[in-house]
Design a binder for this molecule. Sequence first.
Ligand SMILES: Nc1nc2c(ncn2[C@@H]2O[C@H](COP(=O)(O)OP(=O)(O)OP(=O)(O)O)[C@@H](O)[C@H]2O)c(=O)[nH]1
Ligand SMILES: [Zn+2]
Length: 207
Amino acid sequence: MDAILNLRGTLARPAKSVVRPTQKEAEAAVRTLLLWAGDDPDREGLLDTPKRVVKSYKELFSGYNESPEEVLGTTFEEVSGFNDAVLVKDIEFHSHCEHHMLPVVGKAHIAYLPDGKVVGLSKIARLVDIFARRLQTQESITAQIADAMDTILRPRGVAVMIEADHMCMSMRGIRKQGSTTITTTFRGAYQEDINEQVRFMTMVRHG
Ligand SMILES: Nc1nc2c(ncn2[C@@H]2O[C@H](COP(=O)(O)OP(=O)(O)OP(=O)(O)O)[C@@H](O)[C@H]2O)c(=O)[nH]1
Ligand SMILES: [Zn+2]
């Protein structure tokens, strides 16, 4: 054990220190799983697999090292008084379910009603990746995106919709192909005004 990892993104989870294993320890764990799957980790094709898996985990779970506060920290106020809805839709993401560690593939649609300042559009897509690149439930990603937008940007309202396919539903277990899960959540004016919700849904579906 060589490092204490201070989990960032306090909006998502309470700050907590976890002990991160060394790369060698992580590779040994992958080797154990290869044996558990019934294969021979010493055959040529699998020799570098533990190293590759550990490297890919760094990328797939990079969201633990990133902070929503930093990403949404840069805002612009010079927008000629614009204060109507901004919707970024069809933001594709890849995540992993926290129950089976299997892929969740989907799209996020995020709208907000600015209150004097707007955020760079790419930052909204970055925010999705911060939460997607962690072990998640779809409900949690939805709520965490909305909470981050709400508490950091302080807009008049936030709406989030996520549509995703869960591999743990199709590759294993119940094995139902093609089902999609949709989650929505609303904050501020979107929560209070059903017309804003309808407008959001219409913009998501019809542009
Ligand atoms: N609500 C919710 N459930 C999820 C999500 N991802 C996976 N699940 C579900 O988590 C549940 C875990 O159920 P368990 O009974 O503990 O585990 P399991 O025996 O592997 O369940 P099965 O998938 O039914 O075989 C399953 O019903 C999954 O479909 C998610 O994002 N949100
Ligand atoms: Zn799952």
